[in-house]
Design a protein around this ligand. Structure first.
Ligand SMILES: [Zn+2]
Length: 67
């Protein structure tokens, strides 16, 4: 079962859409997906794009702290 949660304030690194990025988890696999352009980022803990907005990483940390 895949759990999906939108990340408030996160901006897609591909199309720069705000609040369109979802954090997804299926067991031990975690990734980010953009509902606007379908961009998928695997293993968001180690960003492939060094220029990705810091707000994405910050939001992920906050999500993990909630549980
Ligand atoms: Zn996008």
């Amino acid at each position: 079962m895949i759990k999906r949660q939108f990340i408030a304030g996160a901006r897609c690194p591909a199309c720069h859409a705000l609040d369109k990025v979802r954090f997804c988890r299926d067991g031990e696999r975690e990734w980010l997906e953009c509902v606007a352009c379908k961009q998928v980022t695997e293993n968001p803990g180690e960003p492939e794009h060094p220029n990705a907005p810091e707000t994405v990483a910050v939001s992920i940390v906050r999500l993990q702290e909630k549980k």
